[in-house]
Structures are given as structure tokens and as C-alpha cells.
Design a protein around this ligand. Structure first.
Ligand code: XLS
Ligand code: NI
Ligand code: NI
Length: 436
């Protein structure tokens, strides 16, 4: 049985190709900065949007045409869908995938039944991983869809909910480990509030930290060594999410002594919802040694929501790759397409076009970023701009030799600061364009 009979394995054909089912830039074996493109990018396909996305929005029902899916929550349908997902990923040539527990396996009648179903689907996941060599980038637990999570999961006002999600994450960790998952993600779906009038924020944050510590302890107990990743997002579905941006997450992890075990999974559309660029979030996480993985997508300038579109903007992918290269790469994280086709793009073939476009955009961004770095085209402006710190008073301050008194003496003698130099922003923007 094949779900995509009209598609052969997608191959690299170069920029001149006129085949829409080919890569123009993503050439997995091509070496850049001493590493293959495949190892730089570590592309991952998400199970939720790609195989479970229905196309429903707040105004309309699902539109996706998925002939292999019988639309039921049966275990058989879930197991069968896994085979289709792996056929898709194999044809695409994506080395990784990611899932929530509830994307791959439906809930049963109670927790025990739900766990049994998850085991039964995980069996097929394991078989298909073996058959194709595709690996699990990360697993996670969906603790936001079911009505029990309406007040949040680990931050719920209902202590039973905390207990339920502890059990759920325990199971998701076990399956992630069994499938060789390289990371485990916590996106705080409803860990936030709708109004502070009814919220004990201190208590909720303490609970969240306790929950993460339990996860750390359990991982240790079962020998799961993958990185734990928190995925910042400022809002949606709640008015305020505690993991609002990289800085807030890092502060939380420091305050509760969790920085050893956790890093961040930075998502483009979440960065922009927080009022930051993706480049900012990556650099901020990177300079603190907290950059773990990325969720690759993009929002829409005209829509202030998490539209999760496939990234095709070369400036964006160039900026992302500049940051990933600067901070030593994304491994053991990856470039995970947390993106969905538009409701109007209901044909299964659109899944291929979307991923091919995203992968090519990143491959191109990687090549451009590497060329900029090779010439030190941006670095030289930065070096020049900070050169006053390389000697004289700047070097004294950086090395800790100066204090307020010595600086006052220095300035009393000098009288006024050395003239400032131009920031050259327009020139630098032109330089970036030379490479695009
Ligand atoms: C939602 C998040 C979610 C996480 C995984 O906005 O991006 O999809 O990546 O729970
Ligand atoms: Ni995400
Ligand atoms: Ni998102």
C-alpha cells in the first residue's frame, strides 16, 4: 500500500531544475563549514500539523483531504497512519520527526487504557524507525487539548490535574526513551493565566518548577539522557504564558535551579508574538548556552496570531542560520517544521511542496550565512565597532582593572569622550543583500 504513489524519493537537482518535486538547494551530502548539510540542519517533520492537522479554524471545520485516514479514533487507524507518515518522511528524506503522545495515539477509556494504546502505536513507530532509519528528534505530551487541562496542566488550580499530567509525562518520557528520542520538549500549552484576579502566580510557578524537577528525577531514574527543552511562547491559548520568551524562561530555570538539565526550543512565530525577532531569541538563548533546538515556521505580518506557516523567506532563514552557526550548531536539537499547510491547501501533495520549500529555504539560508561568515562580512563591522574595548581604557574595564575612581581620573584628564563612529546600518544591510 502506498499513500503517495505519484511521488518518488525527492532528490537534489540544483537551482536550474524545473521539477517541483526536487530540491534546488538542499543537497544533504554537500559540505559546509566542514559538516554536511544534513548534519547542520537536522530536519524534522512534525506529526501534529502534518498528519493530524484537519484545517479547522475558529470559523470552519476541517478541509484536509487525507484518503488514508478513516477519520476515527480507532487504534487501527492510528497504527495505519504511522506507516503513511513514514512513507512521507522517507520520500522527503527528512532524518527526524517529532510528536505529542496524543498525535500518534488517541486517548482510551481511562489512563491505563490510554497507556496501552500508546504502547501499541509505539510498536509501529519503532518498526518504521527501524525500517527507514528515521529518528525521533523529540517527544512531548499534549497537556492542553483535553478539557481536564482547562486551567493548565502542572500549573492547574486542581491538584488532580497535576497528578494526571505527571503520569502522562512519565509515560511520554518512557516511550521517547524507548524510541531513542534525542530530546524531550515542554511547551507550556495552558501554563499561564487568563486573569490575575483568580490566579496565585507564585504558587503556580512553584508547582511548575516542582513538576520539572520530578521530570529530571524520573529521567535520571530511567537513564533518559536527552535534553529537556522548554519552548517559549508569550500567549495563545492563554492571555499570558509563563514561558513567555527566552529571557523569561532562562530566568525561571535559574531561579528554580534547573539550568543544568534544560535548554530552549525557540520557535519563530512565538518569538514574533513576543515582540522579538527570531534572531534576537536565538542570540539571547545562545549567549547563555541555552539554545537547544528550533521550531521552524513563520507568522504573517498582517495576522497577530500563531499561524505556523512554512518558512520561505530567505532573509529569515539566513538570519537563523547565522545564529545557529555562531552558537555552534543546533545538535542534538534540529530544525523542526512546526508548520502547517493553509486550510485551502488540502491536497496531500501540498505537504510535499510545503516541506520542500521550507527545506530549500533553510539550505539556502545556510549557504548564504556560511558565505557571509567566510568573508567575515558582518564580523568585521562588529569588530570595528567595538575596537575601543581591545586596548587602553576599554581593555582595563573589561579585565577588571578599572573602578569608578580610576575612570573619573581618566575622564577628568581627557575632558570629553573620543568621537563616536557611524553604525553603518544601511551599508551593512546592503552587504547582506550582496550575499542573498
Ligand atoms: C504551539 C507549539 C507546539 C509545540 C509542541 O504553539 O508550537 O506545537 O511545539 O507542543
Ligand atoms: Ni512549536
Ligand atoms: Ni507554535
Amino acid at each position: 500500500m502506498t499513500a503517495f504513489p505519484e511521488v518518488e524519493k525527492i532528490r537534489y537537482e540544483g537551482p536550474q531544475s524545473d521539477n517541483p518535486l526536487a530540491y534546488r538547494w538542499y543537497n544533504e551530502d554537500e559540505t559546509i563549514e566542514g559538516k554536511s548539510m544534513k548534519d547542520h540542519l537536522r530536519f524534522s517533520v512534525v506529526y501534529w500539523h502534518t498528519f493530524r492537522g484537519s484545517g479547522a479554524d475558529p470559523f470552519g471545520v476541517g478541509t484536509m483531504h487525507r484518503p488514508w485516514d478513516d477519520g476515527t479514533d480507532s487504534v487501527e487507524n492510528a497504527r495505519n497512519r504511522v506507516r503513511v507518515a513514514f512513507e512521507f518522511m522517507e520520500k522527503l528524506g527528512a532524518p527526524y520527526y517529532a510528536f505529542h503522545d496524543r498525535d500518534v495515539a488517541p486517548e482510551g477509556t481511562d489512563l491505563a487504557d490510554t497507556n496501552r494504546i500508546f504502547d501499541s502505536v509505539a510498536e509501529v513507530l519503532e518498526e518504521e524507525q527501524q525500517r527507514t532509519g528515521i529518528k525521533l528528534l523529540w517527544g512531548t505530551a499534549n497537556m492542553f487539548t483535553h478539557p481536564r487541562y482547562l486551567h493548565g496542566a502542572a500549573t492547574s488550580s486542581n491538584s488532580d490535574v497535576f497528578a494526571y499530567c505527571a503520569a502522562q509525562v512519565k509515560k511520554a518520557l518512557e516511550i521517547t526513551q524507548a524510541l531513542g528520542g534525542e530530546n524531550y520538549v515542554f511547551w507550556g500549552g495552558r501554563e499561564g493565566y487568563q486573569t490575575l484576579y483568580n490566579t496565585d502566580m507564585k504558587r503556580e510557578l512553584d508547582h511548575l518548577a516542582k513538576f520539572f524537577h520530578m521530570a529530571v528525577d524520573y529521567a535520571k531514574e530511567i537513564g533518559f539522557e536527552g535534553t529537556f527543552l522548554i519552548e517559549p511562547k508569550p500567549k495563545e491559548p492563554t492571555k499570558h504564558q509563563y514561558d513567555s520568551d527566552a529571557a523569561a524562561c532562562i530566568n525561571f530555570l535559574r531561579a528554580y535551579d534547573l539550568t543544568d538539565r534544560f535548554k530552549l526550543n525557540i520557535e519563530t512565530n512565538h518569538a514574533t508574538l513576543a515582540g522579538h525577532t527570531m534572531m534576537h531569541e536565538l542570540d539571547y538563548a545562545g549567549i547563555q548556552g541555552m539554545l537547544g533546538s528550533i521550531d521552524a515556521n513563520t507568522g504573517d505580518l498582517m495576522l497577530g496570531w500563531d499561524t505556523d506557516q512554512f518558512p520561505t523567506d530567505i532573509y529569515l532563514t539566513t538570519q537563523i542560520m547565522l545564529m545557529l552557526l555562531k552558537h555552534g550548531g543546533v545538535a542534538p536539537g534540529g530544525v523542526n517544521f512546526d508548520a502547517k499547510v493553509r486550510r485551502e491547501s488540502f491536497d496531500p501533495m501540498d505537504l510535499f511542496h510545503a516541506h520542500i520549500g521550507g527545506m530549500d529555504a533553510f539550505a539556502r539560508g545556510l549557504k548564504i550565512a556560511a558565505a557571509i561568515r567566510e568573508d567575515n562580512a558582518l564580523g568585521k563591522f562588529v569588530d570595528q565597532r567595538y575596537s575601543s574595548w581591545d586596548h587602553g581604557i576599554g581593555a582595563e574595564i573589561e579585565s577588571g582593572k578599572a573602578d569608578f575612581k580610576s575612570l573619573e581620573n581618566y575622564m577628568l584628564e581627557k575632558g570629553e569622550v573620543a568621537a563616536n563612529e557611524s553604525g553603518r546600518q544601511e551599508l551593512i544591510e546592503n552587504v547582506v543583500n550582496y550575499y542573498i
